[in-house]
Structure formats: structure tokens, C-alpha cells
Design a protein around this ligand. Sequence first.
Ligand SMILES: N[C@@H](CCC(=O)N[C@@H](CS)C(=O)NCC(=O)O)C(=O)O
Length: 208
Amino acid sequence: MAETMKLHWSPRSPYVRKVMIVAHELGLADRLQTVRTVVGGTMPHLELMRENPLGKIPTLVLGDGTVTYDSPVICEYLDTLHNGPKLFPDWPERLTALRRLALGDGMLDIALAWLGERFRPLEKQSQPHMTLWQAKIRCCVDALEQDADALAASRFTIGHIAIGIALAYLDFRFADLNWRDGHPRLAAWHAAFSARPSVLANPPVDDR
Ligand SMILES: N[C@@H](CCC(=O)N[C@@H](CS)C(=O)NCC(=O)O)C(=O)O
């Protein structure tokens, strides 16, 4: 029988969401035992840090106790556990998939830093940083609009998942950006992405 793996999980984390969508796409979701793990803020999560010294989620613990992270590594590992079409394709297609993965994850890194800044008291917020982060997100969405037709035409990969999740995270936390404005082809691609069963099965939830 295939072994079960423990995943440190939260319905708020877009990186965790990426792992869950990958598992669903690959037919592996029932092998993941999710454990609600609360991180963030200034309190160290000592129990999690014993498994992942970075204290971050997602963190995956295999049946034999082997621990791995972060989300790109977990996704690539899950992709080795099945015999179907790979989400991490062979070269040279892999180069584009990995670049899109880096772009999606990079957008999340910016969005999370920006969100953290927004949670600080108003007088402590750095307006220059927030202006910079907004400009970078805008530049990413503009670049993705240029890539939208190629995204739609190319085989579904980890890059598509990362981009789809990053845009969904803007909807979740930065709805005021209205990223669809001026980006009709990307909006159309994202509507199709959002209708995938794997995406619908793993909605972001602000549970606490
Ligand atoms: N590069 C990491 C980023 C993971 C990450 O930053 N996760 C957030 C939750 S969305 C976290 O664990 N934050 C807690 C912390 O940074 O202390 C990945 O792709 O897994």
C-alpha cells in the first residue's frame, strides 16, 4: 500500500495551496495527511522548527520520517510518485516551466512582504517599499499578459499552477488592485485555470 505523508498545512497559505493542487492534479491528494499548522507573526513555532528549521509551511514529512521543503521541492518530489504526464517536463520545455514557477513564487514573495507591511501600524509602514512592491506586481502582471496566449497554448505544467495561484492570491488579499483591468487575455486564461477541479477543491480560506 502507498504510504501516507504528513503535510504542514494552512488554507491561507498560497505555497501550501500550490502543493495541494499539484497533489490533486497527480491523483496523490489522498496520500497527504494535512496538519493545520499556524505560522507567521513573531512567535517561533518550535515544534515545526524541529522538522524545518525555517519554521515555514508547506513542510512535508514522508512515511520514514524524511522531511522536505520548500514548496517547489515538494511539488517536484510529488511529480516523481506517478507515471502520468509530468508537471515538471523535460528540457527544454522545463526551462519555461521553471521560469514561470519562479515568477509565480516571486509574486507571492512580494505580495506576502507587502501584506505584512500593511498589517503594521500605519505610522511604521514604509510607503517607498509598498510603492516599489506595487510597481513590481504591476510589471509581473503586464509581463504575464504578454505571455497569456503562450500559457493557454502550452501543456499544463508547474509553471501554470504557480502563475494561477499567484493571481488568485492577488484576488484573495489585494482585490483592490483589480489586476484584470487592462489584462483581458490573462483574465481569460485565469478563468479557465480557476475552473479546474484541482483548483476548485483547494480554495483559499481566511480561517483565523
Ligand atoms: N519559499 C517557501 C515560502 C513558504 C512561506 O513563506 N510560507 C509562509 C506561509 S504562507 C510561512 O511559512 N511563513 C512563516 C514564516 O515565514 O515564519 C515555499 O515556497 O514553500
